[in-house]
Design a protein around this ligand. Sequence first.
Ligand code: GCV
Length: 683
Amino acid sequence: MSSKKYNMWLQYQPILNTTCKKHYQKMLTTLYVNGNAPTIQSAEQELTDAIFTMLGQRITSKSDMDHATIVIGNIEEISSLLSNDHIARLAEMNEEGYLVIENQGKIIISGNSDAAVLYGVHHLLRNMQLEQDLISLAVFEQPKNQFRMLNQWDNLNGSVERGYSGKSIFYQNGKIVKDKTRIKDYARYLSSVGINAISINNVNVWEEESYFITKKYLPEIREIADIFRAYGITLYLSINFASPMTIDGMSTADPLNQSVQNWWKDKIAEIYHYIPDFGGFIVKADSENRPGPFTYNRDHADGANMLAKAFEPYGGKVIWRCFVYNHLQDWRDRTTDRARAAYDHFKPLDGKFHENVILQIKNGPMDFQVREGVSPLIGAMPNTNQMIEFQVAQEYTGQQIDLCYLLPQWKQILQFDTYIKGAGTTIAEIVAGTIHTYKYSGIAAVSNIGGDDENWTGNTLAQANLYGYGRLIWNPDLSAEEIAQEWIVQTFGNKKEVSNTLGEMLLNSWEIYENYTAPLGVGWMVTPGVHYGPNIDGYEYSKWGGTYHFADRDGVGVDRTKETGTGFTTQYAEPNQNLYNDVSKCPDELLLFFHHVPYKYTLKNSKTIIQHIYDTHFKGFEQVEDLIKKWDSLADLIDEERFKNVQNRLKQQKNNAREWRDQINTYFYRKSGVADKQNRAIY
Ligand code: GCV
């Protein structure tokens, strides 16, 4: 399989700029490779294939480095080509740090590990796709985050939970796929943006997937691990906490029970027999009907530590999710609040987890809404490893039909200052492990890919989120704009008009999506279960009735203050606590997340809540019409297949935006009885 939509950002298009092409052709003729580890072989393959398609010339291998124009490999043997300063700089970097330098016409790519060399090769190829000069190149790079992970929510029957790009690339009809070409290509894409860990099955582990950790599936899972290993990516599995019962009919899964502990010890030993560098488990426990330690009156530290101990001899990790809340809770009386749950459950357990446990915390306290506060649990446990969880899959942000470039949202979250240890205690620094000196930390995200459609992500433009996720977590200082531009040029070629127009489309798309959907941070209002399209009063767990927004004839929003509300605001450190708790200080965009206010309450932008709702919803729809115009203007500059794919999605987005606009405006007009100042038609 190879087509423009399949190749995502690794198009390796022939270089059109002739000066640039000549310069590359002259420089890149012969290659010396030091080392033959699988990752180095991948690097060599990528480099030679890419140079062939970009420059139309095959580079020849050299057996001595002096006569090669490109030298790649780990540092030991090629150190004679480097200055003392280069060597010293590399030594200061972490295991994945690399250098790419040009010295008297020779390109040298080296790093502190084999995977680092592969990252260096991708750096060079990216520069070439962006048509940059290679003379005097002196790049020293290392990732900011230790864990850079993707979670697949793929099921053995081939479905993908919250997948919007067709069937799984890993499983089909109850089996692991035989042809693993697509998995290999996925690994290539991921390594090109620096992803180094992947879990390959849904965190909701159903009956049959529980057997992934048995010999029924391990031989084939080993093959998948081999593929990812060759691209520097470590394999993890999601497990069912009640596995001893499901797999072996034991009467309990109590983490403090000796036989259960022994069972896990044996099980983990068996896994390492198949996959010697197995990463570890990801665990969703006591959440949305998944089993967990609560059944046995044990806490989550008991549960995680049982597994962690069994992993100790092998260096394996337990990634324990904090998405733990009582989904059946009745919060109509507002004494209980799902937003509080993760902090309430986990904060008291700080320091009780083994050092190979990492808590994985969703970026917001609710569930990947278009806008919500940042989870106050992140950084609040100085003695427990943590990583943040994002969602590249657009579950609540348009499901890869609507355009929603998520980089600006992730940037904002990473830049959020928690003040947990004074000013500058940003989420970015916390998850990088520099604030509390975590042993392990980093970033994970739910992937957005599938395999029905050759373009991987349903909507071609959703590829920007996958690309951007990898680039951002490698280097959180990159701007959303820089990342968008890199992606556009690599994906669609170096054309100014495409860069300008598409850049603008991407960068505004999050705000546009927010404009026509749930306002001012209140979230939800989506069709329950499906999570696409408006259903304003739709509440996921309708047994209790109720809504997520508490709109009545006087006002709207959730009171999370300490005086009259759920007290969620107290989970933040000062001054954030006061900022959110005080209605006069709370930022507009989160006002309804933290406060219940009258419709005529005036925002800092000088509009009343109700007028803001009307205005943003009319505007959001118009902005989608404008997105369509912008995209249409690129018709001659983009291949038909990808052009039509996006055009078609934008049409659907327009219908969606219209539906949201009309339903939201009508709903709030009827509730409040307040007319639109501009007298626009409200249906
Ligand atoms: C994998 C939300 C989603 C579920 C998902 C869950 C989770 O509730 O709607 O599909 O389950 O989050 O993150 O575990």
